[in-house]
Design a protein around this ligand. Structure first.
Ligand code: ATP
Ligand code: MG
Length: 249
C-alpha cells in the first residue's frame, strides 16, 4: 500500500498499475522497460505539461477535428494508463479506436479488448478475428491495419509508438500525431505532430481542448495547423531538458 504522503506518490501509483497489468498478462515485460524510459524523461522534464506540449496538443486536436477518418491507435501501456480517457476522447472527436500491440498475442488482444470495453468503448477495431491489411514497409504483426481503421485513416493518434511504425505511417501519407516523453526518439522525430508529455496528462488535456476547439471554424483550425512547426516545437522540449541540467549556472 503506497501512502499518499509519499513524495513520489503519483509516479508509484502508475508503476503499480503497470506492474499489476503485467501480472495479469495484459502487458509484456518489455512494456515495463518502456515505461521506465518514459519515467526518466518525465523526471527531467519536470513532470509537467510544458507550454510547447500544450501547443502540440492544441494542434493535434485541430488535425483530428479536421480529419475525414481520424483513428486512435491503442497499445498496452496506453490502455493500462488511460483507457477511460481514450474512450472519452474517441467519443468526443469522434474517432475509431484500434488495438495495436507490439508483442501481439491472441490472449493479450482479448484482454485489451475487455479493458477498453470496461472503460466504455462500444466498438474496438483490431480484434482477433478482424480483417487486416498490411502497412507498406513493415512486417509481422506490427504491420496490421484494420481496413476501416488505420488503413483508411487520414489522421492517426499513436501514443508511445515504435519508430519504424511511425515512419511507415508517415510514409503512407497519413498525418501522425504521437505522444512520447522522449523528444529524441525516432517516433518523436518522424511524426507530423509530436506531443512531448506523459500520456496520463496529455489525454485529459486533449479532451479539454476538444471542447474548446469544437466551437472553432474549419478555417480557424487550419490556421492553428499552419502555424505549427514540429521541429521547432521539439526543440523547445529539448531546451527545457538542457535547462534543467544547467540549473546551477
Ligand atoms: P523509437 O522506436 O521511437 O526510436 P524507442 O525504441 O526508444 O523509440 P520504444 O520502446 O519504442 O522506444 O517506445 C517507448 C517510448 O515511449 C519511449 O520513448 C518512452 O519515453 C515513451 N513513453 C513511455 N511511457 C510513456 C508515457 N507514460 N507517456 C509518454 N511517453 C511514454
Ligand atoms: Mg522502438
Amino acid at each position: 500500500m503506497i501512502s499518499p504522503d509519499h513524495p513520489r506518490y503519483n509516479s508509484l501509483i502508475l508503476r503499480e498499475k503497470m506492474a499489476n497489468a503485467y501480472q495479469e498478462g495484459i502487458l509484456a515485460d518489455t512494456a515495463l522497460i518502456a515505461h521506465g524510459r518514459g519515467e526518466a524523461f518525465d523526471y527531467i522534464l519536470g513532470e509537467n505539461t510544458s507550454p510547447a506540449a500544450l501547443q502540440a496538443i492544441r494542434t493535434g486536436i485541430s488535425a483530428m477535428l479536421l480529419a475525414d477518418n481520424p483513428v486512435i491507435s491503442v497499445n498496452g501501456n496506453t490502455a493500462v494508463l488511460s483507457a477511460e480517457y481514450i474512450v472519452e476522447l474517441s467519443r468526443l472527436i469522434p474517432a475509431s479506436i484500434e488495438i495495436n500491440l507490439f508483442y501481439r498475442t491472441p490472449e493479450r488482444v482479448r484482454k485489451m479488448e475487455k479493458l477498453l470495453k470496461n472503460a466504455g468503448a462500444t466498438e474496438v477495431l483490431g480484434k482477433g478475428g478482424d480483417d487486416h491489411v498490411t502497412i507498406p514497409g513493415l512486417g509481422g504483426p506490427r504491420s496490421r491495419a484494420h481496413p476501416e481503421g488505420i488503413h483508411r485513416a487520414d489522421v492517426v493518434l499513436v501514443p508511445l509508438e515504435d519508430g519504424d511504425r511511425a515512419q511507415a505511417l508517415v510514409s503512407s501519407g497519413k498525418t501522425v500525431i504521437t505522444i512520447d516523453l522522449n523528444p529524441l526518439s525516432r517516433t518523436a522525430q518522424t511524426s507530423s505532430i509530436t506531443i512531448v508529455d506523459n500520456v496520463v496528462r496529455t489525454i485529459p488535456l486533449m479532451i479539454k481542448e476538444v471542447t474548446t476547439l469544437k466551437r472553432y471554424s474549419r478555417k480557424q483550425l487550419k490556421e492553428i495547423l499552419d502555424e505549427f512547426d514540429n521541429a521547432k516545437n521539439i526543440s523547445k522540449s529539448l531546451n527545457l531538458i538542457s535547462h534543467h541540467f544547467k540549473q546551477d549556472e
